[in-house]
Structures are given as C-alpha cells and as structure tokens.
Design a protein. Structure first.
Length: 440
C-alpha cells in the first residue's frame, strides 16, 4: 500500500506528530493501543493508515470491527476509508434502517473492515451475517462516549463473541477515568497521550461574550450571524424543540440553514450534514449531537445559544472549530440573568454585532439531487462529465460529490444552479433519463 499516494489523494502533505506516534505503536508492537488526542487532530487517519497495513487485502474475511457510538460517525469513517482509495472494502452498520438491507450489502461487498454501532454489530454476529472467526482487530472509537451512552452491556457481549481477537485500539478526545475490565486490554499495551495537560480549548480559539438585552435571544443571534457573512457557523442548543424553533426563525429571516438533532429520521440527519459540510448552508443549528463524531472542516464559529451543560460538553462543542492548524471563534450569547459558566477558562472578550447589511449572505454552494447512483453504474467522473458537458459548468464550479446506491448529491456554485437545472432538463446521464432537482 502506497502511503504517500493515499496522503496525496487526501491532500495531506505529511502526518502530524500524534499520527506518527500512533502508527509506530500499532505497527511496531503486538500490544493494544490507547490513543488520546483532542478533537480535530486526525485520530481517524491515525488508526486507519497503520491498521490497513496490518490487514490482508487478498482475504474476503472481515478482519477488523470499528465500534462507534452513532450512525454519523460510522458513515463518516466509512467515507474516509473510501476516499483513501486503499482498495480495502468496507460497510457501515447501524440502527434506524432494516438489518436485512445491511445483510444483503454484507454478502455483496464482502467487507474486510466494518464500521458499526454496538447493538447492530451484535445483531449481525448473532445471525451469523458476519463471520466472527477472522476478526483479529477491534477499534473502539470515542470509547468514553460509548460508555457514557450506556453501551456497557452491548460492548461486553460484542467483545466476548470474538474468539480470534488479538489487538484492540481505543480512541478518545478525553481522558477516561478507567477502561472497563471487559475490554480486556493487554498489560503490555501502549498509551499514546497527546491530550494537553492544562489547555481546556485550543489557543487558536478566541472566546467572546455577546449580551442579549432580552431573555429571548433570537434577535441577538440574528445580528451576530449577519456579522459573520458566509462563514460556516454551528449554533448549539440543549433541546430538540429549541433547535427547531431557532431554525424556523432563522429560515424566515432569510438565512440558509440546516438543523440536526437525535429525533430526526436518518435521511433527514444525513441531508442536514451534507448541506452544511458541502457549503450549501452557512448555519447549522444543533443539539450537542453535533459536538462529537463529526469531521466537518473549516467551521469558523461556534455559538453557544444555550450554555453548555458541562465542562466536557463545552470542550467538545468548541473542538468543532480551529481543527488542524485553523483559527476559530466561540461566542456565548448571555441573557440578562445569565453568566458564562465558571469552568470556562481563558479571557472572554465582549463582542457587539455591528453588521451594516440586514440581509443574510447566501452560501457559496447549492446542492443538486441526481436520481441515479452506483446501482446504475454512475460514478463521480460520470457526474462531472455530465455537468460540464450538459450543464455548462467548469470543473472548478463543482464541489463535493456523494454517489449513493440509487441517487447522488452534488454541490455546485449557487449562482450556476438555475443554469444547470435549465440546461440538464430532459438530458440523459450515461444514456439514462434521470431526475435532477435542487435539495432544499
């Protein structure tokens, strides 16, 4: 496997220090590894690259399970592996969709690595949809969150059901008090600890307080977002109904938003993340569900509409910005009787929105739905060719493309959206008629 070729494909010049130490621990020992590093430092790549070097590309057996706390992280990590172009096959498994559909996909793909939630992985193992005997590697990503969410019993059952397990890799952005005994970590294991000793948040994050003159902070939030123009911002709230209320208000005010919480259907959650991550929405309004397990680059601003409920929650929220070597800002909107939580360390500067324009700035991109996908033998290259030839676009005007089994999503420059819709009406992609419409 050509590591430099993979890094070039991911547009990464070299691994950071944490990733180099993780690779050494996984490749140069036969013990278990615990990797502790802040959010946004590249832990996914830190374990995937060396793990793939230890797997057998010629085997059709499942050799590694990656346990994650939620479907978003399963899908996201699966996508990272595909983007690496390593040649290894993978599948993501999680609740909220029919297990039978996943079973069919498992038989069709013959994955060597599976990303999944504990309950769904146990279900497939119980039904023998996944052979347990070739699985030698177990990765538990965000293991502290898996425990926090009450997956003790499911994880204990999962680990007990893997007779051939040889190596474990545990990852976390916080220092867990204790690793449970049932994980059976080897005594000769290695801890790769890159958690800062005293740093609560990255020094690249600047903290601000925005005072709201009223208990209802909606207008203050609107003014703050107007200040931010087309920068990417996440607004955090503590309750699902509050998320929907704020999203309705901002949409009525002309902002292009997506909203995200655990009560949405799987497709709604995926659509919301896709629109935000590909630049088709400037603002995402969310519960703390979006504070962990999502790898969305270039988030400029974190806005605490509701104060974080704990110090750990605060750390994970702010960890969404200033990823890698970027700068970021975090804003606390405080009402007349509110204070910034005492656990917040560092200087918090006062901030008063001064937006001259009262018109929200539109995002750079818009998202197109194309009603054909992998099952129709349509690839990313086919879509680029179709949009350039029939839609009149330059390749530089096409952003992220996601090809699913029966449909595809494509980000295009917003000012070109109507042109593309007009010029592709009634046209065929690879000789097949298809639906092409904007994702609202």
């Amino acid at each position: 496997m050509d590591i430099q070729k993979i890094l070039a494909k991911l547009r990464i010049t070299e691994l950071n220090e944490m990733q180099q130490h993780a690779a050494e621990a996984i490749l140069c020992s036969d013990g278990d590894v615990v990797l502790l590093s802040p959010t946004g430092t590249g832990k996914t790549l830190a374990y995937l690259l060396p793990l793939l070097q230890r797997l057998d590309a010629s085997s059709d057996e499942v050799q590694a399970l990656v346990v994650v706390p939620g479907r978003e992280l399963a899908l996201q990590t699966d996508t990272v592996l595909r983007d690496m172009g390593s040649g290894f096959r993978s599948v993501s498994c999680y609740g909220g969709r029919a297990a039978m559909d996943e079973h069919r996909k498992l038989k069709e793909v013959k994955p060597q690595i599976i990303f999944g939630t504990p309950g769904r992985l146990n279900d497939h193992l119980d039904k023998e949809n996944i052979s347990r005997y070739g699985i030698h590697w177990l990765v538990i990503d965000e293991f502290d969150k898996c425990l926090e969410m009450g997956f003790h019993a499911e994880m204990q059952k999962l680990i007990k059901s893997l007779p051939g397990l040889k190596r474990r890799i545990l990852l976390s952005a916080t220092n867990a008090e204790q690793i449970p005994q049932f994980v059976n970590m080897a005594k000769k294991g290695t801890v790769v600890d890159f958690l800062p000793e005293d740093e609560q948040t990255s020094e690249r994050v600047t903290l601000y307080e925005v005072k709201s003159p009223t208990k209802d902070k909606l207008d203050t939030l609107r003014q703050l977002l107007l200040d931010m123009g087309d920068e990417s911002s996440i607004v955090f709230l503590n309750y699902r109904d509050s998320v929907e209320r704020v999203n309705r208000y901002l949409s009525e005010q002309g902002f292009t938003t997506s909203f995200f919480h655990g009560g949405l259907e799987q497709k709604q959650r995926e659509d919301a993340l896709y629109k935000f991550s590909n630049g088709s929405a400037n603002v995402m309004i969310s519960t703390d569900l979006a504070s962990r397990g999502l790898d969305i680059p270039d988030i400029a601003n974190i806005i605490h509409y509701h104060m974080p409920e704990s110090e750990e929650g605060y750390i994970h929220r702010v960890g969404r910005t200033a990823r890698w070597d970027k700068q970021g800002k975090a804003f606390f909107i405080t009402g007349p009787e509110e204070q910034i939580p005492e656990y917040v360390e560092g200087e918090v500067e006062p901030y008063t929105p001064t937006a001259k324009s009262q018109e929200p700035k539109a995002p750079k991109n818009a998202t197109l739905y194309i009603g054909k996908g992998k099952k129709d033998k349509v690839s990313k290259g086919d879509i680029v060719g179709f949009l350039c030839k029939k839609g009149g676009l330059e390749s530089s005007e096409i952003g992220r493309i996601d090809v699913n089994n029966r449909y595809s999503y494509v980000a295009v420059k917003r000012e070109k959206l109507q042109q593309v819709l007009r010029q592709t009406q009634g046209e065929k992609i690879k000789g097949i008629k298809t639906i092409i419409e904007p994702v609202r």
